[in-house]
Write a protein that binds this ligand. Structure first.
Ligand code: NAD
Ligand code: ZN
Ligand code: ZN
Length: 346
């Protein structure tokens, strides 16, 4: 089969790899119908995630059709259409019992990281019963690809950990797919204000269409001053970091209100400065985390009912075989006006 293979920092190839086979009774093999590229894949290609070895197939999002199941799989059968979670979970270990699937003893974020991923014609999914979800009939498959990772990430690590409440003032730094997923799902709680911060005016315009009440372009280095200006010098109840670099984490520290929350979502390749000398008197809460995807069943219902419309995040479509072109577009998102790209296999 063909797959997108990581070849060390800066390098990737679309090449032949052996079709995956069942290794354990709890495995399933999925034929990918649709997959996508994540900001985290770009971090891997920058060399920010050194556990990813040369030869690894990238990708941790997608929907597909069950091609084969081990004899221990009970919930899924050959031919079922399924959503692949970016998090693999056994459902039985201590972390899984707490719903903290990201720390499953034998799973967590392994797809396209520690085992081969979804940017391929076929993928092996361990613990299929817990790591796949049946696709509801009649729902747009492309929209559901957004549920593999970005929607649960924005919601769980941004909105829930940030404790967004009715009437909250929220700032989201980074209007990429993850920041926009936080913007969409924050609105479940009716915050009073959502201020979106990015360098890219196109993404900020998209954010306004998706419900941002204010937008700030941080290219002049004065985002914090602008947010303070918009909030009567008070700052925000919730500052969500959805970029993964030191300057954007710094903005969050500068704009969080006394008693507020900083919810870090970004994947950081380097250490950041934490200004405790200022924050200690501010009674703030700082959270971070890897997505658990335990909100996926709830989010599936909101997409099925049309309350949440994640297909709004899709800007480009390619054949799976054109994945290198798709990386070009996603990697130059500002120039290409790109958000999520969909890769399809007919
Ligand atoms: P992305 O690269 O598409 O978006 C990042 C956005 O940040 C872009 O719109 C960019 O213009 C903006 N940006 C860059 N520098 C900025 C600056 N100085 N000021 C303001 N904005 C700036 O990435 P994404 O797919 O939206 O993902 C966002 C982050 O979330 C990434 O770090 C990704 O790795 C991470 N992530 C975390 C988890 C998790 O479990 N915690 C899961 C998935 C993704
Ligand atoms: Zn991801
Ligand atoms: Zn587990």
């Amino acid at each position: 089969m063909k797959a997108l293979v990581y070849k060390g920092p800066g390098n990737k190839v679309w090449t032949d790899k052996p079709k995956p086979e069942l290794q354990k009774p709890t495995d399933a093999i999925i034929r990918i119908s649709k997959t996508t590229i994540c900001g985290t894949d770009l971090h891997i290609l920058k060399g920010d995630v050194p556990e990813v070895v040369d030869g690894r197939i990238l990708g941790h999002e997608g929907v597909g059709i069950v091609e084969a199941v081990g004899n221990g799989v009970q919930q899924f059968h050959v031919g079922d259409r399924v959503l692949i979670s970016c998090i693999t979970s056994c459902g039985k270990c201590e972390s899984c019992k707490k719903g903290m699937y990201s720390h499953c003893e034998d799973g967590g974020w392994i797809l396209g990281h520690l085992i081969d991923g979804t940017q391929a014609e076929y993928v092996r999914i361990p613990y299929a019963d817990n790591s796949l979800y049946p696709l509801p009939a009649g729902v747009d498959e492309e929209a559901l690809v957004m549920l593999s990772d970005i929607l649960p990430t924005g919601f769980e690590i941004g909105v829930l950990k940030g404790n967004v409440q009715p009437g909250s003032t929220v700032a989201i730094v980074g209007a990429g797919p993850v920041g926009l997923a936080a913007l969409l799902t924050a609105q479940f709680f009716s915050p009073a204000e959502i201020i979106m911060i990015d360098l890219d005016d196109n993404r900020l315009e998209v954010a306004r269409k998706f419900g941002a009440t204010q937008t700030v372009n941080s290219a002049d280095g004065k985002a914090a001053e602008q947010v303070l200006g918009l909030t009567n010098q008070q700052g925000v109840d919730v500052a969500i970091e959805a970029v993964g670099i030191s300057p954007t984490f710094a903005i969050c520290q500068d704009i969080v209100k006394a008693g507020g929350h900083i919810a870090n979502v970004g994947v950081h390749g380097k250490s950041v400065e934490l200004h405790l000398e200022k924050l200690w008197t501010h009674n703030i809460t700082l959270t971070t985390g890897l997505v658990d995807t335990n909100s996926t069943p709830m989010l599936l219902k909101t997409v099925t009912s049309g309350k949440l419309e994640p297909n709004k995040l899709i800007t480009h479509r390619f054949d799976l075989a054109d994945v290198l072109k798709a990386y070009e577009v996603f990697g130059n998102a500002a120039k290409e006006n790109a958000l999520k790209v969909i890769l399809s296999q007919g």
